[in-house]
Design a protein around this ligand. Structure first.
Ligand SMILES: C[S@@+](CC[C@H](N)C(=O)[O-])C[C@H]1O[C@@H](n2cnc3c(N)ncnc32)[C@H](O)[C@@H]1O
Length: 195
């Protein structure tokens, strides 16, 4: 009994060390963990039957994106930072469809990379200085065009995110589907839909 307890403590400490020492080569301590990537994928997978394609926004270091490469529906990846675009190509190969674009330039149609009638998975930040009227409009238009958005956030509650509050007031459905503490900082997954 005692040795079982000691071995599980050692295992837990090893996991924490492995987690803390792997900052995914981003040069930043702010990085998604594998646990969080898996959680984003599990939540998004619940919508694979409803859509024929997905758009993944904000690939960053690829920790979350890696789970979507073999998804049941094809994803187009979008990243605006040239260093992360390069990193994505190196890691996932030139054949993986990546648009080196800004989310705000994506059309609201059914084209590849279009924001209508698709599953949007977003790791793009939406709080603090990243909040804007343009952001509210682009999210609202995508939701009204038949899309569902799976959004990551370092803020745990719906009410703390201004974008979500605005969309809720307009009648959209915003749900927190889970949080992962083993992330720096801890992060939550939200689903945004037209109710
Ligand atoms: C929080 S990081 C991504 C986290 C990612 N899961 C990781 O572990 O690296 C946000 C990413 O979104 C990208 N991004 C931010 N705003 C964007 C926009 N408007 N269009 C496309 N990409 C954007 C940033 O360049 C950055 O790579």
């Amino acid at each position: 009994m005692l040795s079982l307890g000691i071995s599980s403590t050692i295992h837990r400490n090893k996991s924490i060390m492995a987690y803390l020492t792997k900052f995914k080569h981003t040069g930043s301590v702010i990085s998604s963990s594998n646990q969080f990537g898996a959680k984003m994928f599990a939540v998004a997978a619940g919508f694979f039957q409803q859509y024929v394609r997905g758009v993944f926004v904000g690939t960053g270091s690829g920790v979350v994106a890696q789970y979507f490469i073999q998804a049941n529906i094809p994803f187009v990846y979008v990243e605006k930072h040239p260093a992360f675009v390069r990193q994505f190509h190196e890691r996932f190969g030139a054949h993986t469809p990546l648009l080196a674009k800004d989310f705000f330039t994506l059309p609201l149609d059914d084209s590849s990379g279009g924001l209508a009638n698709c599953l949007i998975v977003s790791c793009m930040p939406v709080t603090g200085p990243f909040y804007s009227e343009r952001l509210v409009e682009q999210f609202r238009d995508a939701l009204n065009s038949g899309s569902t958005i799976v959004q990551m956030s370092y803020t745990p509650f719906v009410r703390q995110v201004r974008l979500f509050e605005r969309l809720q007031k307009e009648g959209f459905l915003i749900e927190r589907k889970g949080s992962v503490l083993m992330n720096i900082p801890p992060a939550s997954v939200f689903v945004l839909r037209k109710s």
